[in-house]
Structures are given as C-alpha cells and as structure tokens.
Design a protein around this ligand. Structure first.
Ligand code: DAH
Length: 435
C-alpha cells in the first residue's frame, strides 16, 4: 500500500511541477516565427524534413528560461506535439500545408494564457487528490487494516497525501502570484507618457473689460455691489419713477415670471436696493446681466450686461458727474478721447444726459464706425431724480447724487472693433483667443 502510494506521490509531484513550468510567450512565438521563416525559404518541404524542423523548434522551447509574460511550457510543448502528430499521420506534406500548420500552431500558442495553466493544475489536483483518486481510495482502505498496522500505515499515507497537497499549493501560489504580477505589468501607468491636453480658455473679453472698469472705479473709492436678476415691478420700474403707464416701459419690455415679478431690464434697481439699505455717502458700481424681450441680431440680445454707477452725498452736482465720467473714459480708452454730454431724458434722473466720446477710429473726423458723426454714444447719466431719492427715504433737500448706466457689450465692441454681438455668446475659441 505504502509503496504504491509513494509511486503516486512521485508521479504527482513530477506532473504538478511540469504543469507549473512557465516560459515567456513571446519567445515561444518567436521560435515559431523562425520555424516559419526557415520553411518559407525552402523550395520544397518533405514530411521528414518538416518533422525534424518542428522537433528542433521544440528543443528551442526547452531552452527558454525567461518567465516574463509567461505561459505554461507544457501547453506550448503540447501544441508542438499536436502539430507533429498531425504531420506524422499524413502521407505527404508540402510547403503550403506546412506553413498552414505552423500558422495554426502559432494561433494555438497565442491563445494560451496563465488561466490554462491554472486549469491544468486544477485537473491534476482532482486526478491525484480528488475523492475518486487512487490516493484517496488507498487512504480509505486503511480502515480495513488490522489495528496493529493501521496507525503506522495511516500516518505514512497521510504524510504522502500531505506532501502531494503541499506540492500543489506551492505551484498554485506561484502561478497566482505570477498572474497578479503580469496583471500589474499590464495595467501599470506610464507616467512619462504625454498627458491629455486640457484646453484652457481665455478670459472672456467682456470679463476683461469689466475687470478694467471695476478697477478704475475701485481706484476712485467706489464699491462693487451685486443685485438680484429677478426683480419685482416696483424695483425695476416704480421706484425708478417709471409708473405703469410710462412710455419708457415700451423700450424696456422684459420677461415676466409673474405679474409683478420679472427679469430685470436694467441694473438701475440696484440703486434702489443700495439707497434703501445704506445711508449717504454712497459710491457704488454695479455690473450685471440684464434682460430684454428682444430678438437676437448683430446688435441685440435678450441677455446682455450693464454697469450701473451711483454716487449720493451732500453738494453733488453735474460737475462731479462730468469729472468722474470723463476721468473714467480716459482711463478706459486713452487720454486723447474727448467727451460730449447731450441732453436726454431718463425717468429716474433730472436733468439727464447721454455721454458721447470722440470716435477712436477717426479721432472725430467722421467714419463708418461713428456713422460720420465724429462721436459715439457710450452711456446714459444724470442727477438722481428727487422722486427716486424720496422713494428711498433720502432727503433731496440735504442730499443729491448722480447716476449712470452703460451697456458693457457696446463698450467692448467699440474697444476691440467687434461688429457682431452674437460672437460674445458663441464660445468659439477662435474668437475668444484674440483678446
Ligand atoms: N438704465 C438705463 C437703461 O437701461 C441706463 C441708465 C441711464 C442708467 C441713466 C442710469 C442713468 O443710472 O442715470 O437704458
């Protein structure tokens, strides 16, 4: 019994070791490529010659020692044997057939993976240690032995069983580790590869110019304040001295959320919020989005930007308004720019004016940009209407102030010579990169 078991032990250990020998797959395929080349160079291939060539390629396989990108050597050799066998069984072999057979061999080997080595080991384990294996059967029959023999034979057989099991465990572990190692190799990240380029945009020309405007006013002591884009009718119109039937409402038609709730058509309501929430002296600048029920074209957009300015204090006059706005425009464009104030009407200022600047393209001579006027309108302004001050509980007998509002898009278009407003909102990098 024991000697039989020992025989099985020996056989099992040899086959498990054999099944677990790994060789580099690429090198194996390389030997086949060499074989194929040798065969291809020949004019004619006869059967004997081909078998000799296969055997010498198989020898080559035996000399591979590298275990990198490994597969089971036994499987590779099996594939060779299978090929040799088919050839042997044929009566003749010619060159075409030989090459076809080599291609099949190559394909077979390419398809081998470490998985198949694991499978092979598993099969062997079942064969040698499974419930129906010879060893198990021998082990079972121990119970039939005499008491005197049972203990010793049992011990020896258990040891043999354990040795075989250990041999399997060792090889399983080796292959599993190899598998993990190869997986890591396969999945490793090459940090030296060039990365994917993230396209970083440019600051939008509107933001660029707005930052410049903000800086100018901050340097003059103004604070930048924000206001809501959703307004009540009161803040957007009533408090600014634009009652329900006022014609100014026509040019400021906007989008309504409810009867008295709308998207602000101007930044002027920020004046009201500010004056209601703080006491003079007030010096604020309020840039932001505004909305109008306008169809989009080269000069109109349902959403655009305005910048509102407000200064309220004692003894503020048109002279202060003129001085500040002239200084602002010179800092924004150039010192050579001339300004002109034309009387105008706004419901929330009295008196009101529009400020024009000399055309920076023709210098005031007249050109298509300024429509041959020499001047271009840039903003609306005026002295804050006493009704507006009263609406905010500011005494017009004590305080006075000026306000102005400018369309940002227009300013940016003039600054850069942009002729179509829609370009601002299309996010086309070719356009945005130019500023
Ligand atoms: N809110 C005006 C508009 O949208 C622009 C404006 C004009 C604002 C005169 C002002 C101002 O503060 O004083 O047309």
């Amino acid at each position: 019994m024991i000697s039989k078991a020992k025989e099985i032990e020996k056989e099992a250990i040899i086959s498990v070791k054999e099944a677990a020998i790994l060789i580099n797959k690429k090198e194996a395929i390389n030997t086949i490529n060499i074989l194929k080349e040798t065969i291809s160079k020949k004019d004619k291939v006869d059967k004997e010659e081909f078998i000799v060539a296969i055997n010498s390629a198989k020898e080559e396989i035996n000399s591979i020692t590298s275990e990198k990108e490994a597969v089971s050597k036994k499987e590779v050799v099996n594939a060779f044997n299978k090929l040799a066998e088919t050839i042997k069984n044929k009566d003749t072999a010619n060159k075409e057939e030989a090459i076809r057979a080599i291609n099949v061999l190559k394909e077979d080997i390419s398809n081998i993976s470490l998985d198949s080595a694991v499978k092979e080991l598993t099969n062997l384990k079942i064969k040698y240690l499974g419930k129906k294996s010879e060893l198990s059967l021998i082990l079972k029959s121990v119970s039939k032995l005499e008491d005197s023999e049972r203990k010793e034979v049992g011990k020896a057989l258990n040891e043999i069983f354990k040795n075989v099991k250990d041999a399997f465990d060792v090889e399983f572990k080796k292959i599993k580790e190899k598998e993990i190692e190869q997986k890591i190799q396969l999945e490793k990240i090459d940090v030296t590869l060039p990365g994917k380029k993230v396209v970083i945009g440019e600051m939008h020309p509107i933001s660029k110019v707005l930052n410049k405007i903000n800086d100018i006013f901050i340097s003059l002591g103004f604070s930048i304040v924000d206001g809501p884009e959703i307004e009540t009718d009161y803040y957007n119109f009533e408090a600014l001295n634009i009652p329900k039937d006022h014609p100014a409402r026509n040019t400021q038609d906007t989008f309504y959320i409810a009867e008295n709730l709308l998207l602000r058509s101007q930044t002027s309501p920020v004046q009201i919020h500010t004056m209601q929430n703080s006491k003079p002296p007030i010096k604020i600048l309020s840039p932001g989005r505004v909305y109008r029920a306008d169809a989009t074209d080269a000069t109109h957009s349902p959403v655009f930007h305005q910048v509102e300015g407000l200064l309220v204090d004692k003894n503020i006059s048109m002279a202060n308004l003129k001085a500040i706005l002239e200084l602002f425009i010179k800092k924004l464009y150039s010192n050579n720019v001339k300004v002109r104030f034309r009387p105008h009407h706004f419901p929330f200022t009295e008196p009101s004016a529009e400020m024009d600047i000399s055309c920076f393209k023709c210098g005031g001579v007249g050109c298509p940009l300024c429509k041959y006027e020499g001047f271009i309108e840039v903003l609306g302004c005026g002295m804050v209407h006493e009704n507006v001050l009263k609406n905010c509980n500011i005494n017009p007998e004590v305080y006075s102030g000026f306000a102005f509002g400018l369309g940002l898009e227009r300013i940016v278009m003039m600054l850069y010579g942009i002729t179509d407003l829609r370009l601002f909102y299309e996010n086309d990098m070719r356009f945005l990169k130019q500023f």
